[in-house]
Design a protein around this ligand. Structure first.
Ligand code: HSE
Length: 450
C-alpha cells in the first residue's frame, strides 16, 4: 500500500517462499492488549493460514513495561513511548488500545499520515473524533478498522459494513453495554436495589473505572454514534445523541415490568421511523420473550432492521479480554491481508456526508409506561384521577393496574398508553405527582415491541 505521502508499507518479503509477515505495534498492553498478544500466540498459525499473511508483534507501547505479566511475550519489544512504536520502520499496522481521546487521537493521526492502517477498539475516540479521523483516513488513503468498538466479539460492524451493504437500514436497536445489562438482570433475578446490583457489577470488574460512563448511558451513546455512522453513513455529533441512563432505577419498575411480561433494557436506538430520525440511548421496556428481552447478564445483542433483508440479530459477549481480542485480531488479519493483496479501502465505511437532522427526544413517539406510587395501599382509588391526568395531556390509556407492594405497604398505579410523544408522557408523569398522597417523581419509560 502506498499513502499520499508516497511512503510504502509493505509486508516483509518472505524468504524462500515462506509466508509474508506484517509487523504490528500494540499501543496499550492492558486487558485487551494482553488478550490480543495471547491470541496471536495461540492462533497465529490459524490466522496466517486464513489471512495468507502472518501478523507479527514488532513493538508494544505501554507506560508500564511489566504490564499484563501473565502474558508470555518478548519484553524487549516494549517501549514507553507510543509515538516511537508508531514510527518504528518494522511496523506496518498500528493497534490503538490506549483508550481516551487525547494521546489515542494523536497516535491514530500519526499512523495514518505514515501510511500505516489503524485498528482501534476505542468507541469514545470514534464518537468524539470519528469525522476527523475518517476524513484523514480518506485523505491519506489508509484505512481504520474498528470492529471491537461495539459489541466486543460480535462481528456486528462487519455485518453492517459488508453483509448489509446493499440494504437500507431502517433501525438498529442494541443492548451494547454489558455492565448495565448485568445490573438490570441482577436487579430482576436477585430482587435487589440498584445500588446493590451496581456494587456487584463493580466487584466483578465489569464497570468502567468511572461507572458513570456505563450507568449514565455515555458508553452506549458512544456505541450508538458508531452504529449510526455505518447505518446512516454519517457521523452524528455526540451532543445530538439523546441520552438517559439507568442510574437510580427503581426496583419496583423491574418488578412491575416483569409482572407484565416485560423487561427493562438500556437500548442504543437508531431509527428512521414515523416520528423522524432518532439516535439515542434510553432504558426501554421490551417483551421478556421477544428478540432482546432474553439477553441476560453481560451479553450484548443488536437487532438490525433493513430492507430487503428484514430483521437480523447479532448476539454474544460484548466485553472482556477474550471477546474483544477476537474482534481486534480479526481486524488485524483483515488489515494484514489487504496490505498483502493491495486490497485498498474496506467496503461500507462511514462517508463524510453532513449529519442528517434528528428528531428531538421529546418528539419521539412510542407506547409509554407510567408509574406513580403511594405510601398507602390505595393506589387503585386514584385510577380515575390518573386517567383524567392522561386525558389532559392527550394520552390514551391502554391499561391501568394498581399493585400493593409487599413489605412497606405502599402501592403503585401503572398506566400504559397508546403511542404518544415522550414530551407529552413526561408532562403527564410530572402531573401525576400532584395526585393526593403521591410520591414525588413518577416514572416514565418507553415501551418497544421488539
Ligand atoms: N463498559 C463496557 C460494557 C465495556 O460494560 O459494555 C465494553 O465496551
Amino acid at each position: 500500500m502506498k499513502n499520499k505521502a508516497g511512503q510504502l508499507n509493505k509486508p516483509s518479503p518472505a524468504p524462500g517462499g515462506a509466508m509474508a509477515e506484517v509487523g504490528v505495534a500494540l499501543l496499550g498492553f492492558g486487558t485487551v492488549g494482553g488478550g490480543v498478544a495471547d491470541l496471536l500466540n495461540r492462533n497465529g498459525d490459524l490466522i496466517a493460514a486464513r489471512a495468507g499473511v502472518r501478523p507479527v508483534l514488532r513493538r508494544v507501547a505501554d507506560q508500564n513495561l511489566q504490564a499484563s505479566p501473565e502474558i508470555a511475550i518478548d519484553r524487549s519489544l516494549f517501549v514507553r513511548d507510543a509515538a516511537e512504536a508508531v514510527a518504528d520502520p518494522s511496523v506496518s499496522l498500528v493497534v490503538e488500545l490506549i483508550g481516551g481521546t487525547g494521546a489515542a487521537r494523536e497516535c491514530v493521526l500519526d499512523a495514518l499520515r505514515r501510511g500505516k492502517p489503524v485498528i482501534t477498539a476505542n468507541k469514545a475516540l470514534l464518537a468524539h473524533h470519528g469525522a476527523e479521523l475518517f476524513a484523514e483516513s480518506r485523505r491519506c488513503g489508509v484505512p481504520i478498522y474498528f470492529e471491537a468498538s461495539v459489541g466486543g466479539g460480535i462481528p456486528v460492524l462487519r455485518a453492517l459494513r459488508e453483509g448489509l451493504i446493499a440494504d437500507r437500514v431502517s433501525s438498529v436497536l442494541g443492548i451494547v453495554n454489558g455492565t448495565c445489562n448485568y445490573i438490570l438482570t441482577r436487579m430482576e433475578e436477585q430482587h435487589c436495589e440498584y445500588d446493590e446490583a451496581l456494587a456487584a457489577a463493580r466487584a466483578k470488574g465489569y464497570a468502567e473505572r468511572d461507572p458513570s460512563l456505563d450507568v449514565d448511558g455515555w458508553d452506549t451513546a458512544h456505541k450508538a454514534v458508531v452504529l449510526a455512522a455505518l447505518a446512516l453513513g454519517a457521523w452524528i455529533p455526540l451532543d445530538r445523541v439523546s441520552r438517559r441512563g439507568i442510574a437510580g432505577l427503581d426496583a419496583r419498575d423491574i418488578e412491575l415490568a416483569a409482572a407484565r411480561g416485560l423487561r427493562i433494557k438500556l437500548l442504543a436506538l437508531i431509527r428512521n421511523g414515523p416520528s423522524g430520525l432518532e439516535v439515542g440511548v434510553e432504558p426501554c421496556l421490551v417483551p421478556a420473550q421477544g428478540l432482546l428481552g432474553p439477553v441476560r447478564g453481560v451479553f450484548n445483542a443488536v437487532l438490525v432492521r433493513a430492507s430487503p433483508v428484514g430483521d437480523t440479530l447479532y448476539y454474544g459477549r460484548g466485553a472482556g479480554r477474550e471477546a474483544t481480542a477476537s474482534a481486534v485480531a480479526g481486524d488485524i488479519a483483515e488489515a494484514a491481508a489487504r496490505l498483502v493483496s493491495g486490497g485498498g479501502r474496506p467496503a461500507g465505511l462511514p462517508c463524510d456526508g453532513a449529519a442528517p437532522a434528528l428528531t428531538g427526544a421529546g418528539d419521539v413517539e412510542a407506547q409509554q409506561y407510567l408509574r406513580v406510587s403511594f405510601p398507602d395501599d390505595r393506589a387503585g382509588e386514584r385510577t380515575e384521577a390518573a386517567w383524567a391526568v392522561l386525558g389532559r395531556h392527550g394520552l390514551h390509556p391502554l391499561e391501568a393496574h394498581a399493585q400493593t407492594h409487599a413489605g412497606d405497604g405502599g402501592s403503585s398505579l401503572v398506566l400504559r398508553t397508546r403511542t404518544a410523544p415522550a414530551r407529552s408522557a413526561d408532562a403527564a408523569a410530572a402531573a401525576l405527582a400532584g395526585l393526593p398522597g403521591a410520591e414525588p417523581r413518577p416514572v416514565r419509560l418507553r415501551i418497544e415491541e421488539v
